[in-house]
Design a protein around this ligand. Structure first.
Ligand code: PLP
Length: 381
């Protein structure tokens, strides 16, 4: 290839994922340059150019950031920053945008570490209001807030809110909007298109998909707001290692393949679980009778790889997890190897003892469904 294949927003999603962030081809150079391991860079004389010190910037991040920006906002002028983890990215937005005396709206049913963030925000004199994801109750607590934090679909309850509607309401009140896009991935949903100021995610999950990398990112359009996020990253030093950034970039090439396959299988698994009498509270936004399906189908292009449901008791859930052969009892989600866990074991989420979060991997659907149904049978006794 000797001509530019730069994405101007017209590529299909698979093409975009495969090519995202690649530099112009250079003879005898690799397609995706290897990780740049550098704490400092040659810097004679004045401080100019991007690469001076490894906590500020790194060429491996630059390519990954370009790639994620292309996926979250194809053809748009956005800034992307990668972080050492999803929590680093979340904290960077919240702590760089909020000051003592400000108010923020957080989900009451979001990722459990938000409770730790809440404590810290309150310790800094920031008022924290909460509302459940699925109810539009955010509207009742939005007046005077500086920032609305949305997690849709929520983890682990898989509720969905109308992002466009909430973003419009927030904008009308002068509030910023950040959306945690971890569960959906940019192929499932594009928060910036729906009116958000920031798309934030843990890249540890489906984005990288192999369960071997911790990563986070923030994408935004507003230069001033993103400059504050960048300053926060530099101040706290919550940076990704070059190896992790490179692994993440390499994994993006298969993002569409993984997401499509895992999402199709997740729906099939959910449909199989729907037939089981011992399963209650089944949630998957892609199920046509899921309470979130209507809104989800308006704003999502794919529904994710996580299914949640409840078994009658803690003991039954533990026996079920123990009986699974193809699904590892492990936390996290979105990886190519299926995982499941009894979420209550962490103590943080307001879910019942038998609540299971099942992350559907890239195994063959028939094998996975057979394993889940067998484990349900075996755990009955
Ligand atoms: N956001 C959501 C929705 C999550 O589920 C998680 C982790 O499970 C995070 C953020 C935090 O990501 P990380 O573990 O990469 O810090």
């Amino acid at each position: 290839m000797n001509h530019s294949a730069r994405d101007d927003g017209r590529f299909g999603e698979g093409t975009r994922a495969v090519r995202a962030g690649l530099p112009e081809p250079v003879k005898h150079e690799p397609t995706l340059p290897g990780p740049v391991f550098a704490a400092h860079f040659h810097l004679p004389g004045e401080v100019t150019g991007p690469y001076a010190y490894g906590r500020d910037d790194n060429p491996t991040w630059t390519l990954l950031e370009r790639a994620i920006g292309e996926l979250e906002a194809p053809g748009d002028d956005v800034e992307t920053l990668v972080f050492s983890s999803g929590m680093a990215a979340i904290s960077a937005v919240l702590f760089s945008q909020l000051q003592s005396g400000d108010a923020v709206v957080l989900p009451s049913d979001g990722y459990q570490a938000l409770a730790l963030v809440r404590e810290q925000l309150e310790a800094y004199g920031i008022e924290v209001r909460t509302a459940p994801t699925g109810s539009d109750a955010q509207l009742d607590v939005l007046d005077g807030a500086k920032l609305l934090w949305i997690e849709s679909p929520s983890n682990p309850g898989l509720d969905v809110c109308d992002i466009r509607r909430l973003a419009e309401a927030a904008r009308a009140r002068g509030a910023l909007v950040a959306v945690d896009n971890t569960l959906a991935t940019p192929l499932g949903q594009r928060p910036l298109d729906l009116g958000a100021d920031f798309a934030v995610a843990s890249g540890t999950k489906q984005l990288t998909g192999h369960g071997d990398v911790l990563l986070g990112y923030v994408v935004g359009r507003d230069g001033e707001a993103m400059a504050a996020v960048r300053r926060w990253r530099k101040t706290v030093g919550a940076i990704s290692g070059p190896m992790e950034a490179w692994l993440a970039h390499r994994s993006l090439a298969t993002l569409q393949l993984r997401v499509d396959r895992q999402n199709v299988t997740a729906l099939a698994v959910a449909e199989a679980l729907r037939e089981r009498p011992e399963v209650t509270g089944l949630r998957y936004p892609g199920l046509s009778d899921d309470p979130s399906h209507k809104i989800a189908s308006q704003q999502m292009r794919r529904y994710g790889s996580v299914v949640s449901f409840t078994l009658p008791t803690r003991a039954r859930a533990e026996r079920f997890l123990e009986a699974l052969r193809l699904v590892e009892d492990a936390t996290s989600f979105g990886g190519v190897r299926s995982t499941a866990e009894r979420r209550r074991r962490w103590g943080g989420d307001a879910v019942s003892e038998g609540f299971i979060r099942l992350s559907v991997g890239a195994e063959d659907a028939e094998d996975l469904i057979a394993d889940v149904l067998r484990a349900l049978d075996e755990s009955a006794g």
